[in-house]
Design a protein around this ligand. Structure first.
Ligand SMILES: *[C@@H]1O[C@H](CO)[C@@H](O)[C@H](O)[C@H]1NC(C)=O
Ligand SMILES: *[C@@H]1O[C@H](CO)[C@@H](O)[C@H](O)[C@H]1NC(C)=O
Ligand SMILES: *[C@@H]1O[C@H](CO)[C@@H](O)[C@H](O)[C@H]1NC(C)=O
Ligand SMILES: *[C@@H]1O[C@H](CO)[C@@H](O)[C@H](O)[C@H]1NC(C)=O
Ligand SMILES: *[C@@H]1O[C@H](CO)[C@@H](O)[C@H](O)[C@H]1NC(C)=O
Length: 382
């Protein structure tokens, strides 16, 4: 008999009510509230797990067999609770045409990394019990939208809880997880949810440096734990320029990045680099922990020029303007008027020409552009 708590996630909502759902409950709820969502779940299983990249061969010295994913919405792929926007139309319209729980019109960072490694994108932990065993051999995705290393103001488990789930599956000797651990790789996406959460709880900007060092200490412990559980390569994303996210550029009509948080981003990233150096020293292998530098989010004019090998200037019409926008304040991408069922958002005619999808997240094409820039640093290891 399998223990009952498989990827059961304890979720605290903004309202403060706390409850635990199991995978079975999530599905039950989905199918009763909307049959469509259940079909989305199934489709996302079939279609996304069918994304096959090049086969893993002769790259660097390390050939990963599995990918384990921890962190937030930049990496999540179906773990979020059903009512959230990543499960709503128009998320997923570019690929695979229906929402799959990804915060994008299509693929996200995880999918591009998996493809690069020659693996299929690993299944969301939440979909585990309805998946066929052959879909489980590429690892597992534990990432969830809104996650921080600490509890954030967003629903979803913190990173410690995600690693707890991973450990539980290893200890249960789930064959799909525990075999070949030493030839697997982990992606850890930490995109800063801890910081707005601190500010939302009346924290001050001047108090942020202390919070950053707390986040780093906890992150270091998390990374060490993933390594101690047997994973021998861990890729960690840097913090993107927060002031370039549409949620902060909207006040300038999506024309320029807000520099208020630049020092915070710089501090986070320099401390992160030190953490990874220290961990690499501890493991006596300088390529165990690798920084995935997503500083090119988004391709600002300045950065585009600085990066001639990177993004072509013609690719994105206005790199700061998101494709999917709420019609007015109070509405977001995916909002529907409860009374009339009218959609309360607009989608740009061609998502491939937009770097950002919604107020916080890149489009598939945006992620592709970022990943193209990241490839050279990965090629040194894989
Ligand atoms: C993560 O969440 C768990 C469960 O809610 C909690 O017990 C733990 O203290 C949290 N860890 C951190 C580092 O915030
Ligand atoms: C992984 O572990 C297996 C079994 O213990 C061992 O045969 C193999 O050499 C290890 N691979 C690496 C890359 O350490
Ligand atoms: C933040 O401060 C405001 C005003 O002082 C107060 O009304 C509110 O309850 C505080 N919120 C939290 C989460 O402490
Ligand atoms: C930048 O963002 C901060 C924090 O939200 C805000 O106080 C400030 O007014 C913004 N600056 C500009 C130029 O929009
Ligand atoms: C790495 O760790 C060793 C001790 O194990 C220490 O002597 C050395 O200075 C460290 N190197 C760096 C670059 O931190």
């Amino acid at each position: 008999m399998q223990p009952a708590l498989f990827c059961g996630l304890s979720i605290t909502y903004l309202g403060g009510t706390s409850y635990t759902w199991s995978l079975a409950m999530g599905i039950l709820k989905a199918s009763s509230s909307s049959g469509l969502h259940f079909i989305f779940l199934l489709l996302s299983l079939i279609i996304i797990s069918g994304v096959q990249g090049r086969t893993a061969k002769d790259k660097g010295g390390f050939r990963p067999q599995k990918l384990f994913v921890f962190g937030d919405s930049y990496a999540s792929a179906g773990n979020d609770d059903i009512p959230v926007r990543s499960w709503k139309v128009p998320y997923g319209i570019t690929f695979p045409v229906v929402p799959t729980g990804r915060y994008s019109d299509g693929r996200v960072l995880t999918d591009f990394l998996a493809k690069y490694l020659g693996l299929k994108s690993p299944l969301a932990c939440r979909l585990r019990s309805i998946a066929r065993s052959r879909w489980l051999k590429y690892g597992m995705n534990f990432a969830t939208g809104g996650t921080g290393v600490f509890d954030t103001v967003f629903p979803g488990p913190n990173m410690t809880t995600q690693i707890d789930l991973f450990q539980q599956l290893i200890e249960m000797k789930a064959a799909s997880i525990s075999s070949g651990l030493n030839s697997s790789i982990a992606l850890v996406a930490l995109s800063g949810n801890d910081y707005p959460s601190y500010l939302a709880r009346n924290g001050s900007i001047s108090g942020l440096p202390i919070i950053i060092s707390r986040v780093m200490n906890q992150l270091a412990a998390n990374l060490r734990r993933i390594y101690d559980l047997g994973v021998r390569k861990v890729v960690v994303s840097s913090l993107q320029p927060l002031g370039c996210l549409p949620s902060l550029t909207v006040s300038s009509g999506f024309q320029k990045c807000n520099s208020t948080f630049d020092p915070l981003v710089a501090l986070h990233n320099s401390m992160l680099k030190r953490v990874l150096d220290k961990l690499n020293n501890e493991t006596k292998d300088a390529s165990t922990f690798l920084l995935l530098d997503v500083l090119q989010i988004p391709p600002s004019k300045h950065q585009r020029q600085a990066n001639s090998a990177g993004l072509s200037s013609s690719k994105f019409e206005n790199p700061l303007k998101p494709c999917c926008l709420g019609l007015s304040d109070g509405f977001i991408c995916g909002s529907v008027d409860a009374a009339t069922s009218n959609k309360m958002y607009t989608v740009c005619p061609n998502p491939k020409k937009a770097f950002f999808w919604d107020m916080e997240h890149p489009t598939q094409e945006g992620w592709r552009a970022v990943f193209d820039i990241l490839k050279p640093s990965l090629q040194q290891v894989f």
